[in-house]
Design a protein around this ligand. Structure first.
Ligand code: NAD
Ligand code: WQD
Length: 338
């Protein structure tokens, strides 16, 4: 299949491009590199041994997107391109709606023009807001608490409306990721946070590497086994494989709209993650308990049974592999880039 990947040099996108190529698909990456690096493209080529087609453009640029689609004529699009910082979204809500909602609308319009009728969309567990219970199933109430989360939910609505439009032939897989972590086992690609990381996993690896003094553990009075926040950490390579499976499912099933949780179905606490990383690094990683972070929830972990059934997919990598791969990437990415 010919697959256009928006945001294909980003964290989840780059790993998915690798898995798509391994599965025999032809890939075209569309990127503006606002949150990724050009050398990631070369790294993907090194892993796959295949030259990667790339169009450097902004998905909001309708003419550029049209020209790209005209050249490549994709059968499907996997749509990662978005702004993803929760904290930044509270400061720049209009920019977040512009890229995450406006960009998605432009993409859907252009796809229709070129009879490209399959889309896989990156949504997020953040659409559930404060879940009433864990594990969280797709049927749980949605109610995102931040502008970023709301752009993801509006993106979902937009796509479902396009699927339901009279005469439309669009099929969509809406994938709600829990907490993507880890890196490619080669150590060649991984997450590249800009500035001080907001997320726990890159904060841990940077602290282990000596770039930060200690980890701030936000809250130790949650109703969880050790009092710290519990999340469903899913290896990015497992996540990437789910996108390949979602494309296959859209091609082979009669269902035109799939909304699926992507998580492991298991939660780990902040302290468990720090301990596992420490065992990989071979020494304790310093941390300090602090008050709760504003807006945080105690626990959030997935019921992934629908993705298991519909895609035949389940997350296979362990927390130890997540930490080993993230640490390998942290050490390699600290070196000058070749
Ligand atoms: P990322 O920032 O690493 O990747 C997104 C890529 O899109 C970047 O390479 C960026 O340069 C590109 N991009 C952004 N705006 C663009 C535009 N207007 N035109 C073209 N390219 C543009 O993020 P990620 O972690 O790989 O996330 C991928 C998707 O998954 C996003 O849609 C995000 O909202 C969603 N998601 C991420 C997480 C997470 O924790 N990483 C969790 C749930 C959902
Ligand atoms: C995990 C746990 C923190 C940092 C966010 C977004 C969500 C999604 C993924 C895109 C929590 C604790 C964190 C630190 C800590 N992104 N923590 N010290 O908050 O589950 O989800 O990223 O869709 O939308 O909200 O992930 O990694 O920030 O936090 O103690 O320095 O680690 O309190 O319990 P979160 P996270």
């Amino acid at each position: 299949m010919k697959v256009m990947v928006t945001g294909g040099a980003g964290f989840v996108g780059s790993h998915t491009v690798v898995e798509l190529i391994a599965a025999g698909h032809y890939v075209q990456v569309v990127e503006n590199f606002c949150n990724s690096e050009r050398w990631i493209v070369e790294r993907i080529e090194r892993i796959t041994g295949v030259p990667l087609a790339l169009d450097e453009l902004d998905i909001r640029d309708r003419d550029a997107l049209r020209a790209s689609m005209e050249r490549f004529r994709p059968d499907a699009v996997i749509h990662f391109a978005a702004l993803k910082s929760v904290s930044e979204s509270t400061q720049l809500p209009a920019s977040y709606y512009d890229v995450n909602v406006g960009g998605t609308a432009t993409l859907l319009d252009v796809m229709q023009e070129f009879d490209c009728n399959r889309i896989v969309f990156s949504s997020s567990a953040t659409v559930y807001g404060q879940p009433e219970a864990c594990p969280v199933a797709e049927s749980a109430a949605v109610g995102p608490a931040t502008p970023y989360g709301r752009t993801k939910l509006v993106g979902e609505w937009l796509i479902r409306d396009c699927v339901a439009a009279p005469g439309a032939s669009l099929g969509a897989a809406i994938l709600r990721y829990f907490n993507p972590v880890g890196a490619h086992p080669s150590g060649l690609i991984g997450e590249l946070p800009r500035g001080v990381p907001n997320n726990l996993a890159p904060y841990i690896t940077q602290t282990a590497a000596g770039q930060r003094d200690y980890i701030r553990v936000f809250g130790d009075d949650y109703a969880t086994p050790d009092g710290t926040g519990v999340r469903d950490y899913v290896h990015v390579v497992d996540l990437a494989k789910a996108h390949v499976a979602a494309l296959d499912a859209l091609a082979s099933s009669d269902q035109r709209e799939l909304t699926l949780n992507l998580g492991t179905g298991r939660g780990y606490s902040v302290l468990e993650l720090i301990e596992t990383f420490s065992s990989v690094v071979g020494r304790p990683i310093p941390y300090e308990r602090q008050g709760r972070r504003a807006g945080d929830i105690g626990e959030c972990w997935a019921d992934p049974s629908r993705a298991n059934a519909v895609l035949g997919w389940r997350a296979e990598k362990t927390l130890l592999e997540i930490c080993e791969d993230a640490w390998r990437w942290q050490q390699a990415s600290a070196l000058p880039h070749d």
